[in-house]
Design a protein around this ligand. Structure first.
Ligand SMILES: Nc1ncnc2c1ncn2[C@@H]1O[C@H](COP(=O)(O)OP(=O)(O)OP(=O)(O)O)[C@@H](O)[C@H]1O
Length: 886
């Protein structure tokens, strides 16, 4: 089945073939002639008509009658002899145009007249095809026994000159025929114009006239046409039924001569001398089989070298051979039939399509074989059909196969190349895309896994917190008097407080937060007032977050900062501004650019710093210590103090103008003792935090303990409260924190001391252990043996005691070491150990962003230290964190 692709390729192939043939018409025509000649040669000899006899003035006759031309009496003798032999028609291919010896001329005249069956030639000159018709009447003057010129013959050749036989001879002939041939461009005679136009009549060729005479066809029975000349009522000798013969001709009236074969291999040749020397009626000298009765005799000169002409079968073919072959073609009816132009076009198209189809097979070798087979098959068909006298075109069809093959191959090669390039390109693209997609998928799957893990963790955390919250609310309901106020925890404002780390059930605290939220977006200064530990920094951080300012939250505790360094801390310094200023430092103001600067304990700041601070706040410019350049700053200042600033201002310790600048919006945070609901809530809150941190199974606070918490004055407010609960969690023996675990009394006692001794242990228990250590020269193994405990137990407890004493001594390592070493000479050893433990404990403190994270990390690393010392560990880390982040 022909697919569209092959159809289109085949059509284009046919078109290209047409273009090629059209552009090279002469070349194509000459090749086509050559293929025709080849077909004649391959076919070999055809049988010739037995009624045709050639009587030749040959070399042998020349011996008898001398050099040509012979006396006309010899010709007269021959005409008579043939008449005697009852030859039906004599085509005498000798032009007697000039007068000769009158006696001889008369003898010939007489013989022709008596015979009455002689056809003589007329030499005519055919006009060039394109020359205008210009008849030359110079040689006329003779009634022409030809045909009237019908319309169909208007394309036939014109003859404008003619040389006739002698008028006295022509008078007695049976007919006259022209002997013009129209050679092809290569000089070979392949066609004969059967009829040519001369004046108003058509003149048949000599052979045609001979056949018309032989078959008794009168001129009106010859019908010239465009593609054929019809002979009506032809009467063949021996046949009583007249026949019509249709002779195929081209539009110029030319018949393709079907050459029977090589001259010597075809026709009955009879030497003229043989006919004349032994004129026995009914028998010839050449043998009894050659009889002339009722024959058509063609008389001509075939003496060597006389009138040789090139024809398809032979280069030097006697001129009479052409007439003989025309006679033979007409008598035998073996006309060569040429295919029509429409058929030829269809053939080219069909072969182009067939070639395109053949080339659609996959394998190249098979394509070659099939194309070769197609070529061979066509050539064979053309050669084979020639036997049946059909002349197929060869060049155009073979060209169609070749051109289509070339064109389709080129097209395939280019499309294959293009396809290959496209495929490579597509493959590259696909592989790139594949890699991208794979990478994307991998990322997605990684993200998904991590999100899944996060989700799982959150889910777990949520479940835990949910359970904890439910338990806590349940416990709170059971153990506390909070009652319905717990519901507040679910209200939006309280929830928002919690999101900022502010745990409260008090309306006053929530209200402060609400107001804070309102002022947060403004850049105005805020002053936070309240006792120590009430959450001023917590609120300051909440304010910063609520403000949406893009910069950082930077805090500076002015009380904790050495006086000489306050200015440089605030405004920065340049390298070399003072001893120790080894590099430029931007200062807190510039660090808080675009954000919030929290100045804690503002009441502690020295008078001259107050002046500078005021200037910075007014001009919004800072000048680093020792520097000349000033820097513009956009910083919101939030300050805090537990002092009565107004009173300080009144006694002249704090500048009024600075006070009013800082006090644009004041907030006062209530002390814890005025927030009983928060005491209970915070107790549960911190209990949860520390029980998880220390891994303690604590699930409640006894009523007595809670009452004690409520009764306590809490001078250190939430900070102190948190410490107490932390201690309670670590000291509790069971699952409920008892009053004794809080050590509130001891807390109150130590509150008066210069440093809060949070987490202090009962001295007796540690002292007993220390005594044992001292007695064993601080050797861990010996002490462990002595106490019958493990080496690890001793080592970890010793570490814990070191931390505890360090806290108890107000972070004075020497004092702590002395307290541990006692009266023994091991002070150095203890001091060294203590330093080692401490450094190890606080080594990562600076790296943490959040103090609680730093503490939690230290506790994690100190898991083996007994939990009783955990508050001390946490305290040490927090203190160090404050120092590192101050
Ligand atoms: N309502 C609260 N809920 C939870 N924690 C609180 C609350 N108020 C204060 N805290 C905690 O108490 C501790 C002390 O708070 P903060 O440092 O903010 O107090 P402060 O008033 O700035 O103290 P100081 O004046 O001594 O600097 C912090 O650990 C803080 O998280």
């Amino acid at each position: 089945m022909l697919r569209l692709r092959e159809l289109v390729l085949g059509l284009i192939g046919a078109g290209l073939t047409g273009l090629l043939l059209w552009s090279l018409p002469n070349l194509v025509q000459s090749w086509e002639w050559k293929t025709l000649d080849l077909r004649f040669q391959w076919r070999g000899a055809l049988a010739t008509d037995p009624n045709l006899v050639l009587i030749e003035a040959d070399d042998q006759s020349a011996v008898t009658f001398g050099r040509w031309p012979w006396k006309r009496t010899v010709h007269a003798h021959l005409v008579e002899t043939l008449h005697d032999q009852k030859t039906k028609t004599v085509v005498y291919d000798v032009l007697f145009a000039l007068k000769g010896n009158s006696l001889e001329d008369r003898a010939l005249e007489e013989a022709v007249k008596i015979a009455g069956n002689v056809v003589f030639p007329v030499a005519v000159r055919l006009m060039e095809k394109r020359k205008p018709y210009a008849p030359d009447h110079s040689d006329t003057g003779l009634p022409w026994p030809g045909l009237e010129r019908p319309l169909e013959s208007r394309r036939y050749f014109h003859a404008n000159r003619a040389i006739f036989p002698l008028a006295s001879l022509a008078e007695h002939v049976q007919g006259l025929g022209h002997i013009a041939t129209n050679r092809d461009a290569d000089g070979i005679i392949r066609r004969v114009p059967l009829l040519v136009r001369y004046h108003k009549q058509l003149v048949p060729s000599l052979a045609f006239q001979g056949v018309l005479a032989y078959l008794n066809v009168s001129p009106e029975n010859v019908v010239p046409g465009n593609r054929a000349i019809l002979i009506r009522n032809a009467r063949f000798p021996g046949s009583t039924v007249p026949r019509d013969i249709e002779i195929p001709v081209d539009e110029q009236g030319q018949m393709l001569i079907n050459y029977a074969g090589r001259w010597g291999e075809t026709f009955q040749h009879v030497s003229m001398s043989a006919v004349l020397e032994r004129p026995q009626p009914g028998e010839l000298a050449t043998g009894p089989s050659v009889t002339l009765e009722n024959k058509l005799a063609l008389v001509a000169n075939t003496i060597s070298g006389y009138d040789a002409k090139p024809v398809p079968v032979e280069k030097d073919f006697p001129g009479v051979g052409v007439h003989a072959n025309i006679l033979n073609t007409l008598l035998t009816g073996n006309f060569l039939k040429e295919t029509s132009t429409a058929f030829n076009l269809l053939l080219v198209l069909a072969l182009s399509l067939a070639t395109a189809q053949v080339l659609s097979v996959r394998y190249y070798a098979l394509q070659v074989v099939l194309v070769a087979a197609l070529l061979a098959a066509y050539a064979f068909t053309a050669a084979y059909l020639f036997h049946s006298h059909l002349v197929l075109p060869v060049v155009a069809p073979l060209a169609a196969i070749v051109v289509t093959t070339l064109w389709v191959s080129l097209y395939n090669a280019s499309t294959e190349k293009e396809a290959a390039e496209k495929m490579t390109h597509t493959a590259q693209m696909l592989s790139g895309e594949k890699q991208k997609v794979e990478a994307h998928l991998e990322n997605l799957s990684r993200d998904l896994t991590s999100q899944q893990q996060e989700m799982d963790a959150l889910q777990q955390q949520y479940q835990q917190e949910k359970v904890q919250l439910e338990n806590r609310i349940h416990d709170l309901r059971l153990h506390s008097g909070l009652g319905t106020s717990l519901n507040r925890l679910t209200q939006p404002l309280f929830q928002e407080c919690r999101e900022h780390g502010i745990v409260t059930l008090e309306d006053a605290v929530a209200e402060t937060f609400r107001e804070l939220k309102q002022v947060a977006p403004n850049a105005s200064s805020v002053l936070l007032l309240g006792e120590s530990g009430t959450g001023k920094e917590l609120f300051a951080r909440a304010l910063h977050r609520l403000s949406g300012r893009p910069g950082r939250f930077v805090a500076l505790n002015l009380a904790a900062c050495p006086e000489g360094l306050v200015e440089s801390e605030l405004f920065g310094h340049v390298k070399g501004a003072f001893t120790g200023a080894t590099s430029d430092k931007p200062g807190r103001f510039r660090e808080a650019e675009g954000g919030t600067l929290f100045l804690d304990e503002i009441g502690e700041v020295h008078a001259d710093i107050q002046v500078k601070l005021l200037r910075v706040l007014q001009e919004k410019e800072v000048q680093p210590v020792g520097g000349e350049r000033t820097f513009t700053v956009d910083v919101r200042v939030v300050s805090a103090t537990n002092k009565d600033l107004k009173a300080e201002m009144e006694v002249g310790r704090f500048r009024g103008d600075l006070y009013y600048r800082l006090n644009t919006i004041p907030f006062t945070l209530h002390p814890l003792r005025e927030r009983p609901k928060d005491i209970e809530l915070l107790a549960w809150h911190f209990m949860d935090r520390y029980k998880h941190r220390y891994g303690r199974n604590i699930n409640g606070i006894s009523k007595k303990a809670m009452d004690a918490l409520k009764a306590h004055a809490w001078p250190g407010n939430v900070r102190e409260f948190e410490n107490v609960i932390e201690r309670g969690v670590t000291l509790a023996d069971g699952t409920v924190i008892q009053e004794k675990d809080l050590q509130l009394k001891s807390e109150m006692e130590t509150a008066a001391a210069p440093k809060p001794p949070s987490g202090a242990r009962a001295p007796d228990r540690d002292e007993v252990f220390l005594d044992t250590l001292r007695r064993n020269q601080f050797e861990i193994n010996a002490t462990a043996n002595h106490l019958e405990v493990s080496r690890n137990t001793v080592a970890s407890r010793f570490k814990g005691i070191c931390f505890q004493r360090l806290v108890d001594s107000g972070n004075d390592p020497a004092q702590a070491a002395r307290a541990i070493a006692g009266e023994t000479p091991h002070y150095e050893f203890v001091s060294q150990k203590l330093d080692e433990y401490y450094q190890n404990l606080v080594k990562d403190s600076a790296a943490w962003e959040d103090v609680e994270a730093a503490a939690a990390d230290a506790l994690k690393r100190s898991r083996n230290v007994p939990t009783a010392y955990h508050p001390a560990i946490a305290q040490l880390v927090r203190d160090r964190f404050q120092q590192d982040h101050a």
